[in-house]
Design a protein around this ligand. Structure first.
Ligand code: NAI
Length: 325
């Protein structure tokens, strides 16, 4: 079985070639899946895609007309696939869990780096500047962290926060954790010193952080987004930072990341003024959708994706098919 593997990076190739994949031939392509790159999937029975590939209605129809039978997402989120349009036409599979700890630990790494100014100190000491001016942070112990989405990653993040002696407030549309204090979104916004997003992107969570919710937050609140960019209205976030309402932002994802993240644009003039302004802020830390990037997660992604494809071929139904709620 031949599979067009879009948006291939060297670490993808390494991890997929490491896992046993007898009977499956990957055609590794650097291009992202879009209406323009569809022809690259010719002769393939399936496509394997990542977070910034596009599988909208037009692309899905194109894939179907070429005889492509399935879309194997090598990630958890599937907001870039028109699931409703795909239903009954093409099988969509994903990797529901690979290492929730990879993402939760990255969220905490960003938070600690930002609040304790580690990135600033690193640059200073490399230049033999041992001054501490402007580097003071705050203790996490005793602070309130608001967690939106208490699934696999949110729960792992909550456990880390509890280890720091933090008070945890949580909001989830389907609250399911027993040892977590659930509250309304409004209470979470008004009482949290730190807010971390771990819910999926959908029509209900789109811009959950916007002008209105920011108005309800404490002055100096720290926002962490390792989930999906469009959970945060970036323009409202920027305004909140300029007004000194938001104390810091840690962003592993960005609403308009598709044309930028995962590529090297050093030396280029970036057209996105909002991102450029955010990056220029002393209290904004941006990583480019890196939270999943650990050896353990990459191996688990490759293993589950291959198992999904094998399950699809075998027709055994155990292939992590995305189902519409
Ligand atoms: P999960 O499915 O285990 O948990 C998601 C939670 O969000 C569930 O508890 C669900 O009930 C809740 N939820 C659903 N709708 C909601 C709503 N309207 N409001 C509040 N909560 C809602 O997913 P998991 O594995 O914890 O991943 C969470 C998100 O993290 C993914 O959707 C993905 O967008 C993001 N992610 C980011 C990565 C990165 O590298 N930055 C890597 C992997 C995932």
């Amino acid at each position: 079985m031949k599979i067009a593997f879009f948006d291939t990076k060297p670490y993808d190739k390494e991890s997929f070639e490491r896992v046993e994949h007898d009977g499956i031939e990957f055609k590794f392509l650097e291009s992202r899946l879009s209406i323009d790159t569809l022809p690259l999937a010719a002769g393939c029975e399936g496509v394997c895609i990542f977070v910034n590939d596009t599988a909208n209605a037009e692309v899905i129809d194109g894939l179907c007309s070429m005889g492509v039978k399935f879309i194997a997402l090598r990630c958890a989120g599937y907001n870039n696939v028109d699931i409703r349009h795909a239903e009954g036409k093409i099988c969509v599979m994903h990797v529901p869990a690979y290492s929730p700890h990879a993402v939760a630990e990255h969220a905490m790494a960003m938070l600690l780096t930002s609040v304790r100014r580690i990135h600033k100190a690193y640059n200073r000491t490399r230049d033999f500047n041992f001054s501490l001016s402007g580097l003071s942070g705050f203790d996490f112990y005793g602070k309130t962290v608001g967690v939106i989405g208490t699934g696999r990653i949110g729960k792992a993040f909550i456990d880390i926060c509890k280890g720091f002696g933090m008070r945890v407030l949580a909001y989830d549309k389907y609250p399911a954790c027993e040892d977590v204090t659930y509250t309304s979104l409004d209470t979470l916004f008004s009482e949290s010193d730190i807010i971390s997003l771990h819910c999926p992107l959908n029509s209900e969570t789109y811009h959950v952080i916007d002008e209105n919710s920011i108005a309800k937050m404490k002055k100096g609140v720290v926002i962490v987004n390792t989930s999906r960019g469009a959970l945060v209205d970036a323009v409202a976030l920027l305004e909140g930072i300029k007004e000194r309402k938001i104390g810091a932002a840690c962003l592993d994802v960005y609403e308009e990341e598709t044309d930028l993240f995962f590529e090297d644009y050093s030396g280029h003039i970036i057209a996105d003024d909002v991102l450029a302004r955010l990056i220029s802020m002393p209290n904004v830390l941006v990583t480019s959708h890196q939270a999943f990037l650990t050896d353990e997660a990459l191996t688990a992604i490759a293993k589950t994706t291959v198992e999904n494809i094998s399950g699809y071929i075998a027709g055994c139904g155990c292939c992590n098919k995305v189902v519409i709620n």
